[in-house]
Ligand binder design. Structure first.
Ligand code: AMP
Ligand code: ZN
Length: 110
């Protein structure tokens, strides 16, 4: 997607401090952190939001979810919060599916 900031980060035409990457996803810190650790887990494939998923994405979603505790542990966190804003009404500002992973001194409520 030409004008998608997260696609640009995936393509590395926009800089981000990518701390984990595999065939299916990239992980980098949110530029406006709301906790000591605030990571964004982003599938490489452009998917607008949870509203656009189907069962053909089962493996991808399982892979992303299973990556969360590994990332949290890597950041030294024993617990964490995940947030997936979905659609404008759901507070989503970047229209490329992403999961927020927050840990330590959380500044936002569920
Ligand atoms: P959402 O409201 O769920 O769509 O969240 C989008 C998040 O992406 C916000 O928390 C932004 O701070 C973050 N963000 C947007 N652009 C960038 C970027 N270039 N690098 C890191 N984080 C970003
Ligand atoms: Zn995208």
């Amino acid at each position: 997607m030409e004008d998608c900031i997260f696609c640009k980060i995936v393509a590395k035409t926009v800089n981000a401090n990518i701390m984990y990457e595999d065939d299916n996803l990239v992980v980098f810190p949110d530029m406006h952190p709301k906790a000591n650790t605030h990571l964004l887990i982003v599938p490489k494939r452009h998917i607008n939001s949870l509203l656009d998923l189907s069962h053909s994405d089962d493996a991808l979603i399982a892979h992303i979810i299973l990556q969360l505790p590994k990332l949290a542990r890597q950041m030294g966190a024993k617990g964490f919060r995940t947030i997936i804003n979905t659609g404008r009404e759901g507070g989503q500002h970047v229209d490329h599916l992403h999961i927020h992973l927050l840990a330590g001194n959380l500044q936002i409520a569920p």
